[in-house]
Design a protein around this ligand. Structure first.
Ligand code: FES
Length: 401
């Protein structure tokens, strides 16, 4: 199996203003937003099922001051293009408690509005296939004809919670369409039936593939006929689900998407059951906290000539940038870099999405959190700049590789 990553999964991120074509309500507190991608930008917005986009706009903060807000949302539909060369991107936005952007979008966003949309990113994609990316490449070549995909047959399981279904539904549709012998099991956890996103779409998918798609809805606050499908997914319930609802020994690839605790529980449990980590893909919800770590917009750091500083040099879009950072500030490389280049790519600023990835060319750094980079990327010297701090006097990074 090659480790080659499909092109669209590691493209450099850039923002364009896209028009909202439709806003569709999914549940009381979730909407699906469709953006039109004009033909001239279609090449920059092709994507693989499971990827996400960051959205950017300016909203008033608590003091009423305009404030740039970025949030990442998974793409919830398989790729499509139209005769005129245009295409579309669909994302689902669930209202987070206290979330500035998601609350605003659920209340205000409507067709005809424009938002800055980052080109799709992310590595939560299937790697199953002869060369590790067969299905993915075929998706790119068969945008409107999923029945023409020629992916290898496989057995896949996804465990999703709440809006974690968003990338999973795009992956499930694509993999099921790619081979008539593929099987997909979905364990989907929600509080109650009214919170289930894409309920109708999942039922339609089940109608389309009655013997190949198994849906296991688990509701934590509603009684279901089977006790196994009622209550929170804890270690005991997960073991029971894996033992009775899923033939876990035959699974080729696992997809986990939800809050940190659930994803971590699933990863630990699968490891205990002997599942190889290379067959497990996971995506964490971002923190949902709008002003989490510095790096949000280049937090001001006061420099003083008497202080020791780190020298940070970086390459972005072929241009070199230089910035210094006081050692006592312990700011992230992203935060420092944003002072001199506001176009440095980032989305979550929490070590989750991987958008801020760069390669360390010289010097050394340390990272706080990493939920996005895999071991082979770390071995090659890639870091998440939103989590990285210099540990040598000078450090050089490259965002372009
Ligand atoms: S911006 Fe998301 S991991 Fe750094």
């Amino acid at each position: 199996m090659t480790t080659e990553t499909p092109t669209a999964s590691r493209r450099r991120a850039s923002f364009h203003s896209l028009t909202v074509a439709e806003v569709r309500r999914l549940t009381e507190d979730a909407i699906e937003v469709t953006f039109t991608v004009p033909a001239e930008l279609a090449g920059q917005y092709d994507y693989l099922p499971g990827q996400y986009v960051a959205l950017r706009t300016t909203l008033p903060d608590e003091s009423g001051e305009p404030h740039e807000v970025r949030r990442s949302y998974s793409i919830c539909a398989e790729p499509r293009s139209f005769e005129d060369g245009s295409s579309e991107i669909r994302v689902a936005i669930k209202k987070d408690l206290g979330g500035i952007f998601s609350t605003w979008a659920n209340a205000e966003l409507q067709a005809g509005d424009t938002l800055d949309v980052m080109s799709p990113q992310g590595a939560f994609i299937s790697k199953h296939g002869k060369d590790g990316s067969t299905v993915q490449h075929n998706v790119m070549n068969s945008m409107n004809h999923p029945e023409q995909l020629a992916g290898e047959a496989g057995s896949f399981v996804a465990i999703a919670a709440g809006s974690g279904i968003t990338p999973v539904i795009a992956i499930a549709r694509t993999l099921l369409a790619a081979n008539p012998d593929t099987r997909f099991d979905l364990i989907y956890a929600n509080k109650a039936a009214m919170d289930v996103m894409f309920l109708e779409e999942l039922a339609d998918l089940k109608d389309k593939y009655p013997s190949r798609l198994a849906l296991h809805h688990v509701l934590s606050r509603e009684q279901r006929i089977a006790p196994l499908m009622t209550g929170r997914i804890d270690a005991e319930k997960l073991q029971a689900l894996l033992s009775s609802a899923i033939h876990s020994e035959d699974v080729d690839e696992w997809f986990l998407c939800g809050p940190f605790e659930l994803v971590q529980l699933c990863r630990d449990t699968l490891a205990e059951r002997g599942v190889k980590p290379e067959n497990v893909r996971f995506e964490l919800f971002t923190t949902g906290r709008p002003d989490r770590p510095e790096g949000h917009a280049g937090r001001p750091v006061v420099e003083d000539e008497s202080q020791d500083t780190y020298k940070i040099t970086f390459k972005l879009d072929g241009l070199q940038g230089d910035v210094t950072s006081p050692t006592h500030a312990r700011e992230s490389i992203l935060n420092a870099a944003l002072r001199v280049r506001p176009d440095v790519p980032f989305a979550c600023a929490g070590g989750v999405c991987g958008t801020c990835r760069a390669k360390v060319v010289s010097g050394t750094v340390t990272m706080d959190e990493n939920y996005a980079l895999e071991q082979d990327e770390l071995d090659k010297g890639y870091v998440l700049t939103c989590q990285a701090h210099p540990t040598s006097e000078s450090v050089t990074l490259d965002f372009d590789v």
